[in-house]
Design a protein around this ligand. Structure first.
Ligand SMILES: *Cc1c(COP(=O)(O)O)cnc(C)c1O
Length: 354
């Protein structure tokens, strides 16, 4: 067991109304914190009141973005119990991200102990209204006071918690997607497969351009040939073409989503043909023109499943599933969210109780 010192908040904050949560707006009373120093390893695990942190203005994370993060959730079941969805996958992925940018890995058991302890101390913050959950954001930052480009010798690891609202308070509505042909998100050999903060600021400009044109998100193409489909916004992406479900393969530039992995496992268990293969934008639009593209959706922890109702590529617009949610897309949404909130039997062993 990781030994964790606890410094309780003297004053607890009022909890926001559950119908006004939104995403990432409110934070709980406590956070987990732990330090790394070369030679000593990770040490001084503690839970402290949530609040500002103090680092040097020369802290390396602020200059060269040596930072990794995770995004996961805890769910409250109708019996009032709290449960995690595949937390070990997030723990392992953070360590893979850390490895990519030379941040020391964190012991999996220590990480799990920290997760349980911090969610447990703030368990009253896990909301209970339909569709709500507690979003969990673990992250690691480089803290050396130094301006040369190298790996830091000191780091801090935090876990902060944010109650979040229902993603679809008015029912699932398919989104309109703009195919981005100028900017790229990631390249093979880069950091696309890692959840590192540095990947996200470069995506904001394209996101703004898409929003200005009336679209919700962008569809990213590969950074080399600008042909192959990679992801949609900050989600993985799936297409149903004929009786095959296609999702791009994990070749280094795509984030290996845990929702993606769960969709693939569920679809295969239902006997659906799933192919992890390259899919070019030309092939996708050809399939749409010939009527073989019947469903499309994004997958990620925040929305779980986000159906795509329209795609715009260089001015050519295609509607998918008549702008409605596809049948298989809906089935996947009901299945995965059913397991997350404890409404469906967890045959896959995805759930871990608090
Ligand atoms: C986090 C993330 C995803 C989805 O991963 P999940 O584990 O399913 O939440 C997909 N793409 C990007 C770029 C991401 O950052």
């Amino acid at each position: 067991m990781l030994s964790i010192a606890i410094n309780r908040a003297k004053v607890l904050k009022p909890k926001p109304p559950q119908d006004k949560l939104g995403f990432g707006n409110y934070f709980t009373d406590h956070m987990f914190e732990m330090d790394y120093t070369e030679g000593r390893g990770w040490h001084d695990a503690r839970i402290v009141p949530f609040g500002p942190i103090s680092i040097s203005p020369a802290a390396m994370v602020l200059h060269y973005a040596q930072e990794t993060f995770e995004g996961m959730k805890a769910y409250r079941t109708s019996e009032g119990k709290i449960q995690f969805f595949r937390p070990l996958e997030n723990i392992r992925r953070l360590n893979k991200s850390n490895k990519r940018i030379c941040i020391p890995e964190i012991d999996e058991n220590d990480f799990m102990d920290a997760l349980r302890a911090v969610v447990n101390i703030d368990k009253d913050w896990v909301p209970s209204a339909e569709g709500t959950s507690l979003y969990i954001r673990p992250f690691t930052i480089a803290t050396d006071e130094h301006l040369g480009v190298r790996a830091s010798k000191t780091y801090k690891f935090y876990i902060i918690l944010s109650p979040v609202g229902a993603y679809y308070p008015e029912g699932i509505n398919p989104v309109k997607i703009f195919v981005e042909t100028e900017d790229v998100r990631a390249v093979r050999g880069g950091t696309g497969f890692a959840k590192v903060g540095a990947n996200y600021s470069a995506t904001i400009r394209a996101q703004h351009r898409a929003e200005d044109k009336g679209y919700t998100q962008v569809l990213w193409l590969d950074g080399v040939e600008r042909r192959y489909i990679e992801e949609v916004g900050t989600m993985n992406v799936f297409f149903k073409i004929g009786d095959e479900v296609v999702t791009p393969p994990l070749e280094g530039s795509i984030l290996p989503g845990i929702t993606r992995m769960s969709c693939i496992e569920a679809l295969k268990s239902w006997g659906v043909k799933v192919s992890e293969r390259r899919l070019s934008i030309d092939e996708l639009f050809d399939a749409a023109r010939s009527g073989r593209l019947s469903e499309a959706f994004g997958s990620g922890t925040a929305a779980v499943i986000s159906p795509i109702g329209e795609l715009d590529w260089d001015g050519e617009r295609i509607a998918i599933s008549g702008g409605k949610i596809g049948e298989l897309t809906h089935k996947l949404y009901d299945f995965i969210t059913g397991i997350q909130w404890g409404k469906i039997k967890d045959e896959f062993n995805w759930i871990m109780p608090l």
